[in-house]
Design a protein around this ligand. Structure first.
Ligand code: FE
Length: 216
């Protein structure tokens, strides 16, 4: 089986006090763990037993009868993506290639910040907000429940979990406050830049560095 419950990329107290140890222990150790355990149970003895999680998600999304598997596998993938979207001492204005693309496609950092926060806050009910690279351009959108860019499209670069379990202990019902904390103190821009590189190498242009063509 290729499914793996990966360790967090930091200690559970690494994001204190912004993202508390208590929240991280519960969110990673209970919520994420349950999605992972359910996925393992659901693929056992099926055609997906040795499949990559991305393939399981794309396949299961095709049929309503596989909705339970889709929800659990996608939530497992989304949470891994979310943990890596945060780092101690993160947040603020970006550096590197992503900064250039944000200037080109999203009206600069303020445009990015407003749009990402709006997407996170206005997602009705549980879900996620995403920054993706789609058709060579940055895009921001939100998804409901377990949905993600593997089915909605685009190469995912960044996400924030806006299910209540992601922030309720630290911020109660104040989702905008959590979005601000994420954007200003947690967002891992280095990881976003790495993901951008992966997107570029997956789809290079003749001249290379395709994602920045037209930016200059
Ligand atoms: Fe969550």
């Amino acid at each position: 089986m290729k499914l793996e419950f990966r360790p967090l990329p930091y200690e559970t107290d690494a994001l204190d006090p912004v993202y508390s140890t208590k929240t991280l222990e519960l969110h990673y150790g209970k919520h994420h763990r349950t999605y992972f355990d359910n996925t393992v149970k659901l693929v056992k003895g099926t055609e997906w037993e040795d499949a990559e999680v991305e393939d399981i998600i794309r396949d299961a999304a095709k049929s309503e009868k596989d909705k339970k598997l889709f929800n659990n596998a996608a939530q497992h993938w989304n949470h891994d993506f979310f943990w890596e979207s945060m780092a101690r001492g993160g947040g603020g204005e970006p550096r590197g290639e992503i900064a250039e693309l944000i200037r080109r496609d999203l009206k600069g950092y303020d445009g990015f910040r407003d749009s990402f926060k709006k997407s996170a806050v206005e997602q009705f009910g549980s879900g996620w907000a995403w920054l993706v690279l789609k058709d060579g351009k940055l895009q921001i959108y939100s998804t409901g429940n377990a949905d993600n860019p593997l089915v909605k499209g685009g190469h995912a670069l960044l996400t924030i979990d806006v299910w209540e379990h992601a922030y309720y202990l630290d911020h109660q019902n104040r989702r905008p406050e959590f979005a601000d904390a994420f954007l200003d103190t947690l967002l891992n821009w280095d990881r976003v830049n790495e993901r951008l590189q992966q997107a570029g190498s997956a789809k290079p242009s003749k001249g290379g560095r395709w994602q920045l063509e037209g930016a200059r």
